[in-house]
Design a protein around this ligand. Structure first.
Ligand SMILES: [Zn+2]
Length: 242
């Protein structure tokens, strides 16, 4: 039963290797598929598999695919040494239904850039495992802004501190809401300090490998690019306004 790649599918694995029967791959076998799905022997979904759709639909509806950064430090494990997708987006207040944030085409042909609207928000998307609940690590898309993206780049390109997905390297991220802005604080954590400092058990090699097998490829998009027709509709909205 091949799994098609679905963005936003909630993927998770228990932290300890002995708890991951569904994800363990026999030596030499195909890469493990990591999902929250409960699978019966022989690969047939059980009645429990219906719950998978709950997660899938909730995610598709804008649910929990993104890492939620809070005031509390969240321990994360990066799954690659760089973002799989980087883009800017326009913010169109006039859009009443659907997302007001519209992905810039990133070329001079972008219809919104062409009418002088500036794409102000920068996003770099990374695959990361959230260890917010240490017993229930979950794969997330971490959408970082320009400041954090630059810090990550500095670490990634520093042979002493990087790469981001170095085996013994974890990070914590938290946000602080100030009067008019939100500030994010990124810290590196060595695997050996995880337990003592954060009460978090490092991911087993098996669990980590299974998450890595599920990561996005460079160039995958989590935020769709609207086609000319959809863009023209938005341009129309803006023009109406004037
Ligand atoms: Zn644009």
């Amino acid at each position: 039963m091949p799994e098609s790649r679905t963005y936003g599918r909630r993927r998770s694995l228990p932290a300890k290797a002995d708890n991951v029967p569904a994800a363990v791959t026999p030596a030499g076998g195909p890469p493990a598929v990591v999902t929250g799905r409960v699978v019966a022997k022989g690969g047939e979904p059980t009645a429990m598999a219906g719950w998978d759709d709950v997660d899938k639909v909730a995610s598709a509806a804008g649910g929990d695919m993104y890492l939620k950064v809070t005031e509390n430090r969240t321990v994360i494990k990066m799954l690659a040494d760089g973002p799989f997708d980087v883009y800017a987006s326009h913010w169109i207040e006039e859009i009443e239904e659907g997302s007001k944030s519209v992905r810039c085409w990133g070329t001079p042909e972008c219809p919104l850039c062409a009418i002088g609207d500036k794409a102000k928000r920068f996003s770099a998307c990374f695959d990361a495992v959230s260890l917010e609940d240490p017993d229930y690590p979950v794969m997330k898309v971490w959408e970082a802004g320009i400041k954090i993206a630059r810090q990550l780049k500095d670490i990634a390109t520093d042979s002493k501190r990087g790469p981001l997905d170095r085996a013994d390297l974890y990070f914590t991220i938290r946000k602080e809401t100030k009067k008019k802005s939100v500030e994010y604080t990124l810290e590196r954590v060595k695997e050996r300090d995880l337990d003592e400092e954060y009460g978090v058990t490092p991911l087993s090699d098996e669990a980590l490998a299974a998450f890595v097998a599920q990561r996005h490829e460079y160039g995958d998009k989590v935020k769709e690019t609207l086609d000319t027709e959809a863009m023209e509709e938005i341009v129309g909205l803006l023009m109406e306004d004037d």
